[in-house]
Design a protein around this ligand. Sequence first.
Ligand code: PLP
Length: 377
Amino acid sequence: MDFIDLKKQQELIRKNIDNSISKVLNHGQYILGPEVRELENELSLFSKSKYVLCCSSGTDALLLGLISLGLNPNEGVIVPSFTFASTAEAVCMLGGIPFFSDVNIDTFNISENSILNCIAKAKKKGITLKGIISVGLFGQPCDIDNIIEIANANKLWVLDDAAQSFGSGYKNKISGNLCDISATSFFPAKPLGCYGDGGAFFTNNENYYKIAYSAHLHGMGSNKYEYDRIGMNGRIDTIQAAILIEKLKIFKSELIKRSELAEYYKRQFLDLGTNIKLPKVISGATSSWAQFTIRLPLNCDREDFQIKMKEKGIPTAIYYPIPIHCQKPYKKFPISSDNLQNTNLLSKCVISLPMHAYLSFEDIEYISKVAHEIINN
Ligand SMILES: Cc1ncc(COP(=O)(O)O)c(C=O)c1O
């Protein structure tokens, strides 16, 4: 059993992928070929976001977002600590100050109360805050309307890190179109992944798009070799765009399948009378189920659980064992006055089980039964 099975999906669409790669090899426009614009148009239709810019990775999409929003050195950005490094890293790359916030214990997403604590503490410390990066961790979007309300009241922008949650839903909207700017990743293991690195930037604001477009081409101005700003090499490869066009065609049906599988997981565990804490999706939202992450009872030895699962042929993963604010390069940055209690706790007890659109119901029955037995023995 694979943790994320990319082979089964490839078998299904291999012919189409081979054809689209061949087309690129035939036309030879490896950089910014027509597939890049075609993918951007398709993503715009999918997300209903007016402007989409495909780029080199999810990390670079975040960076392009922050460049568009005009983040300057020493300006603060509230970010959750329970996330992948890129969320905070992008802020630091521009000389900004990540201000670490806690998350909600049952959704794993940034806590509104903790954001308010960060804002109060920043005022006391004289740190100028400019924005909030929300992260749809494990696939579920944040309760973003509440975050936008806090942001508006405090003159902050909101950038959504939808690297894991792209394709999820929130109040009849699709993630990628929930706030000022969204960023996603096409890393192979993501719900919509390519066969290398890739990412995308989404906005409804033409000015933000224009800045990001220029920045991803080294800050190019209206003519080639004339620069308006300091930028980066942030382009997506044409071959990756061609692969993504094929993958996007089956993405919606894969999202439905992931939702069914997540519901089946939950039902299996509940039928077993589990003392495992199951992932909670907020009302009005759907998850892309990038991960199916559970919380083990506090008296359960997670390493031992992981070894025993492996012995039974079940791969698991721990996202994330060390919160970002506890990591060497990030320890110097400020944290919320609540001391990130949920983040510290979650990093000790979460574990992710196999999840992908081609998992079978039998696999889930087996995984949940084995997990339950290990915990209760
Ligand atoms: C929450 C989050 N943000 C950003 C990224 C960065 O994406 P990439 O690996 O494409 O740079 C990831 C990827 O793992 C992620 O999970």
